[in-house]
Design a binder for this molecule. Structure first.
Ligand code: GLA
Length: 368
C-alpha cells in the first residue's frame, strides 16, 4: 500500500513576505502527516479518513463543492485543483494520521494539501512536478479555504531537505539550500495554544493593505508594481498619501526582506548571535509594523529577552497566535521550559506546549 509522509514547516525569518515579492527562509520539519492511499475501483468515490478527528470525508469527483468541517476544504480543494490539470484521477481510499500541531502556525494545512497531491500523483501517475503540487495546494487554499496565502508553506513542505533551510526568492521562485546547523543551540517552538479568530480575515487584510500601499508608491514613482522596485525613501516620500497603516505595512515589507537576506548571510558565516538579533528585530516589526502578533506571543518573546542562553525569539507563521521560534542553547532548555510555562500559565491561564525541531526532508514516499 502506498504510504507517504508530508511535513509541516518552520520559517526562520521573513513573515508575510512571500506574497510581497520578498525572500523567506523556511524549512520542512520533523512533524508530519502520514497518509496511506489505495485505489478503490470506483471511478468517482473517494474516502478520506482522519484518525485524529475520527471522521471520514466522502467526496464525489464529479461534484466537488466546499465542505463544512474545517479540514475537509483542504482536501476537497486539492481534488478540485488536480481535476483542473488532469483527468486521470479516480476513486481512492486514504487514511491519515498527524503529529503536526494544528492551528499553531507550522502549516499543518500545507502538510495536508501537499501530502494529498503527492500521494495521488504517485497513485495515479499524474505526472505532476513538485512545483505544480505546491502551487495547486496554494490555489486550493485560496479557492476552497479562503486564505489568500503565499507559496512559502507548500513550497517548504514539498522541497524541504534535512539539515537545510531554503532561501526562496518569492518573485522568481529560485531557491537555494542553506546549511542550517545551529548546534550547540536548538530550535525550540513554544506554542501559545491560541488561535485568534482574526487569522484568516487578518491575513487577507494585511495582504490588501500592503498591495494597495505598493500601488500608491509604484504609481507615484512610475515603477513596476513590485516591492522589489521600490525602496524606503520612496515609502517615506509617500507617507502622507499612504496613511499610517499602509505606510507601516510597506516599511515592514522592505525591512523584513532586508532582514531575511542578512539572516542568511549570518547563517552562512556561522554567526548565530547576529541571526538571533535579527529574529528579535523581526518580531518587533511583526508586533508594531505589520501588526500580526498578539499578547500571548509578545509575552513569550519578552520573557526570553533577559535569557543569556536564548539568542533570538519571534512569532512565526501567519500570526495572531500559534508558536514562537526560539534559538536556545541545548543545555538551557530543561531549565527554561518550566519557568516560561509557569509564567505563561499565570498570566493567561493557558498551558504552554513545546517541541524542538530540526530542518527535515520534504514530502516523501515511505512505502510503495
Ligand atoms: C501563512 C501563509 C504563508 C505565509 C505565512 C506568513 O503561513 O500560508 O504563505 O504568508 O503565513 O509568512
Amino acid at each position: 500500500m502506498l504510504k507517504i509522509s508530508s511535513p509541516g514547516r518552520i520559517n526562520l525569518i521573513g513573515e508575510h513576505i512571500d506574497y510581497n515579492d520578498g525572500y523567506v527562509l523556511p524549512a520542512a520539519i520533523d512533524k508530519t502527516i502520514t497518509m496511506t492511499f489505495e485505489p478503490n475501483g470506483n471511478p468517482h468515490r473517494c474516502t478520506i479518513k482522519s484518525k485524529g478527528f475520527d471522521s471520514i470525508l466522502v467526496a464525489d469527483l464529479r461534484n466537488l463543492e466546499k465542505g463544512t468541517e474545517g479540514w475537509h476544504n483542504y482536501v476537497l480543494g486539492v481534488l478540485f485543483e488536480i481535476q483542473q490539470l488532469t483527468n486521470k484521477l479516480r476513486g481512492f481510499d486514504c487514511v491519515m494520521e498527524t503529529n503536526v500541531p494544528i492551528g499553531s502556525g507550522v502549516s499543518s494545512s500545507a502538510a495536508l494539501e501537499c501530502g494529498m497531491a503527492f500521494g495521488l500523483n504517485e497513485l495515479f501517475d499524474l505526472g505532476l512536478t513538485k512545483w505544480q503540487m505546491a502551487k495547486l495546494g496554494q490555489r486550493a487554499e485560496h479557492n476552497f479555504v479562503g486564505t489568500k496565502c503565499g507559496i512559502m508553506d507548500q513550497f517548504s513542505s514539498v522541497m524541504g531537505k534535512k539539515d537545510y533551510t531554503m532561501l526562496l526568492d518569492c518573485m522568481t521562485l529560485d531557491f537555494e539550500y542553506i546549511p542550517t546547523a545551529v548546534d550547540p543551540y536548538v530550535i525550540l517552538m513554544l506554542n501559545t495554544n491560541v488561535t485568534h479568530n482574526l487569522s484568516t480575515s487578518g491575513y487577507n487584510t494585511r495582504r490588501e493593505e500592503s498591495s494597495t500601499g505598493l500601488a500608491v508608491i509604484a504609481k507615484r514613482f512610475h515603477t513596476k508594481n513590485s516591492f522589489r522596485d521600490i525602496d524606503l525613501s520612496m515609502v517615506e516620500a509617500c507617507k502622507e498619501e499612504l496613511g499610517e497603516i499602509r505606510y507601516k505595512r510597506c516599511r515592514y515589507v522592505l525591512e523584513e526582506t532586508r532582514r531575511v537576506l542578512e539572516a542568511c548571510e549570518a547563517l552562512k558565516a556561522g554567526n548565530l548571535v547576529r541571526l538571533g538579533e535579527l529574529l528579535y528585530e523581526s518580531h518587533a516589526g511583526q508586533q508594531h509594523g505589520y501588526e500580526i502578533s498578539c499578547e500571548e506571543l509578545d509575552f513569550l518573546v519578552e520573557f526570553s529577552k533577559p535569557e543569556a542562553q536564548i539568542l533570538g525569539s519571534r512569532m512565526m507563521g501567519g500570526g495572531f497566535g500559534g508558536c514562537t521560534l526560539n534559538i536556545i542553547h541545548k543545555d538551557a532548555v530543561d531549565d527554561y521550559l518550566p519557568r516560561v510555562s509557569k509564567a505563561y500559565k499565570e498570566k493567561f491561564g493557558i498551558e504552554l506546549s513545546h517541541f524542538i525541531t530540526v530542518p527535515s526532508d520534504g514530502t516523501t514516499i515511505l512505502t510503495q
